[in-house]
Design a protein around this ligand. Structure first.
Ligand code: SF4
Ligand code: SF4
Length: 104
């Protein structure tokens, strides 16, 4: 399992680099995030959750039933939208209010 970073969406906020427990994410000279050691990523999704701009997506492999879908998030205030897009063009969105996240 690993992540992909869309550098066109990355605004260089550096939040993902702060939350990765494996210190796998760095900024390049264009101030865009990249993953240094993709093989070491264990798919915790912390960086995906932290990126407010939908620039990071987590690959959901067939081994967990994801069939090649990608998971990404955007946020607006306390509302976090989790988007799951599959390779066939279908997508699903789940909106979670951070203030009520302990209910889920
Ligand atoms: S959190 Fe998102 S926008 Fe910010 S540096 Fe990382 S990838 Fe770029
Ligand atoms: S999914 Fe977790 S381990 Fe992988 S790069 Fe993101 S924060 Fe690091």
């Amino acid at each position: 399992m690993s992540i992909a970073i869309n550098q066109n969406k990355c605004v260089g906020c550096t939040m993902c680099t702060c939350v990765c427990p494996g210190t796998l994410l760095e900024m390049n000279d264009q101030n865009k995030a990249y993953i240094q050691y993709p093989k070491d990523c264990w798919g915790c999704a912390s960086c995906v959750k932290e990126c407010k701009f939908g620039a990071i997506s987590l690959y959901l492999g067939a081994d967990i039933g994801g069939r090649g879908s990608h998971l990404s998030t955007t946020s607006n205030g306390d509302l976090v939208t989790w988007s799951i897009a599959n390779p066939y063009g279908k997508s699903k969105e789940i909106v979670i209010d951070r203030k009520e996240s302990n209910r889920y």
